[in-house]
Design a protein around this ligand. Structure first.
Ligand SMILES: [Zn+2]
Length: 164
């Protein structure tokens, strides 16, 4: 806050740009970050010329400059992480409870021992199925031997029992 509030609250853009008044409004030492902002602002403002036209609002998230809720929603998500395979999950023929489970598993939101431990809740020390590794979603779905046997038996009963 190198510009006093009494100046900051009353200065118009036109007044600040006229004869570079904004430079004289700065009080005190700037420091490294303040100096960097000053130089950046100097470069930005050097290319601006004000016209006598009436001001009007432009919505920068739409090429037409007109506000739309669609562009506002997209702007809200700018910078957020996207998950590209979402369509394969949510647009599949699978029952909705299966889609929800896969979505939670991918986002590591299932209440496995690792998440329970993070929250300080009671949790098993090892995977209750195989008792060999920590219980995580990744373990349950990909590397737990006991779970793989269960899935095979569920999908094709007797498939893991030779001679049946
Ligand atoms: Zn296991």
């Amino acid at each position: 806050m190198s510009v006093p509030a009494r100046v900051r609250n009353k200065r118009t853009v036109e007044e600040a740009l006229h004869d570079q008044t904004w430079v004289r409004d700065i009080r005190g030492a700037l420091g490294w970050s303040g100096l960097a902002e000053y130089l950046e602002l100097w470069d930005t403002l050097s290319n601006i010329t004000l016209s006598t036209m009436e001001d009007h609002h432009l919505w920068k998230w739409e090429s037409s400059g007109t506000f739309s809720t669609r562009s506002a929603y997209r702007a809200f998500l700018v910078g957020s992480t996207t998950f590209d395979p979402w369509k394969r999950i949510w647009k599949s023929w699978a029952p909705s409870k299966c889609k929800t489970f896969i979505w939670l598993a991918i986002r590591n939101r299932c209440w496995t021992a690792d998440r329970l431990q993070q929250r300080g809740l009671p949790h098993p020390a090892h995977c209750p199925l195989c008792d060999q590794e920590d219980e995580t979603v990744q373990h349950l779905l990909t590397s737990c031997f006991f779970q793989a046997v269960l899935v095979l038996n569920f999908a094709a009963p007797g498939a893991c029992h030779p001679g049946t």
